[in-house]
Design a protein around this ligand. Structure first.
Ligand SMILES: Nc1ncnc2c1ncn2[C@@H]1O[C@H](COP(=O)(O)OP(=O)(O)O)[C@@H](O)[C@H]1O
Ligand SMILES: [Mg+2]
Length: 359
């Protein structure tokens, strides 16, 4: 199987590429700046250094919001070419815009801070008369903490809006959530959080981003927070992403979803090989995608996850907060459904889950 990682060539992409060599037969790192997408010719085409992008089984597109249109177009074209991609075209449009993300998150039932978008700066200034201070202002496409500001008073908020207007920058206003400059960063792969940490901003800073001097500390999410992170990923149709969460007094609020999360900080903080988890996830997903596409069914999937037989799989046990979690495939094979009544029998080194037959 062949994997292409399309990115700006950063450390995280390189780390994933290196780990992916253990899972894929062929791995290539492509520079997003050398991609061209064309319409109006014989067929819709994506070119790399002027040549059609070769056949890959999996394409993982990373890179910043500057490439949103290209990322979206590329996904749109490759979608019809039997390629597994961890995103849908609209993932890039939504996730690269913090306001659209807030809308998508709330629609999916994920709580977000109160956020406002005004059509004009004049209207934004008017809004300021109704809000509580401090207030957060954000450039919707900002990243690494660079487009996030806090204003303590009406006067400072107004002058910030003037500055943004003169720079022709759009802005969103957001309620400030008191967390002592601490947030949670979770890396989601499919239905799981593969690593999570708390980030604490440096003294005098409200932003906890590592790029702004924040420090990461390993932090295991509870089920609620993990569910929220997975739901947030799903809300933007991303199979792989970073999710930023604030633990406010009213519960967990999601700030944004990052499609190209940096991995070095979280790998250092958690000592987990997140690059490997992502590479392995891409591989398993590609197998599942291909077998679905080719109608091969479970036999093919089983091959990809070290199956011992069609009833057994070899895996590492996952225990979180004292609860055992089984692979999704086991659930599928068992035919169990949510809420089904079962009998559990445990003895040393063995657990049995049986349907409760009421005779
Ligand atoms: N509404 C808010 N209340 C409190 N802190 C915030 C809020 N929004 C952002 N922050 C802080 O600023 C950081 C960066 O904000 P975020 O929306 O994630 O933008 P970026 O894309 O730049 O990381 C967050 O990780 C958090 O520490
Ligand atoms: Mg962030």
């Amino acid at each position: 199987m062949r994997l292409a990682i399309i990115s700006l060539g950063g450390t995280s992409s390189e780390l994933i590429g290196k780990e992916a060599k253990d899972f894929f037969d062929h791995v290539e790192l492509l520079d997003i700046r050398k991609i061209e997408v064309t319409a109006g010719f014989k067929e819709l085409e994506a070119l790399y250094e002027k040549k059609p992008i070769k056949d890959y089984d999996c394409v993982y597109i990373r890179g910043s919001f500057n490439y949103s249109l290209l990322q979206r177009s590329l996904t749109f074209i490759l979608q019809n070419k039997n390629v597994y991609m961890p995103f849908q075209p609209d993932s890039f449009t939504i996730a690269h815009d913090k306001f659209l993300t807030s809308l998508a998150l709330q629609k999916a039932g994920v709580k977000v801070p109160k956020t406002y978008l005004a059509a004009t700066m004049k209207a934004a200034k008017k809004l300021l008369e109704e809000v509580h201070f401090p207030i957060i202002m954000k450039v919707p496409s900002g990243s690494q903490g660079k487009g996030v500001m806090s204003a303590d008073s009406l006067a400072s908020a107004r002058s910030m809006l003037d500055t943004l207007e003169s720079l022709r920058q759009p802005v969103i206003l957001q309620e400030y959530i008191e967390t002592d400059a601490t947030d949670i960063r979770a890396i989601v792969a499919g239905k799981k959080v593969v690593a999570s940490m708390k980030r604490k901003g440096r003294a005098g800073e409200i932003r906890s981003n590592i790029h702004q001097g924040g420090v990461g500390i390993a932090y295991e999410l509870d089920y609620d927070a993990e569910n929220i992170a997975v739901k947030a990923a799903k809300a933007v149709n991303a199979d792989i992403c970073g999710v930023d969460i604030l633990e406010g007094v009213k519960g967990n609020l999601v700030l944004e979803v990052n499609l190209s999360p940096g991995l070095r900080g979280i790998m250092n903080a958690t000592k987990k090989n997140v690059a490997k988890s992502i590479a392995e996830f891409l591989h398993n997903q590609t197998i599942e995608f291909k077998s679905r596409e080719n109608n091969k069914g479970y036999e093919e999937i089983m091959k990809g996850i070290k199956a011992k037989s069609d009833k057994e799989i070899l895996t590492n046990l996952e225990i979180k907060a004292g609860k055992i979690r089984l692979p999704e495939l086991m659930t599928k094979m068992s035919g169990f459904e949510e809420g089904e009544e079962v009998v559990l029998v445990a003895e040393n080194g063995k657990i049995e889950v049986k349907k409760h037959d009421i005779k």
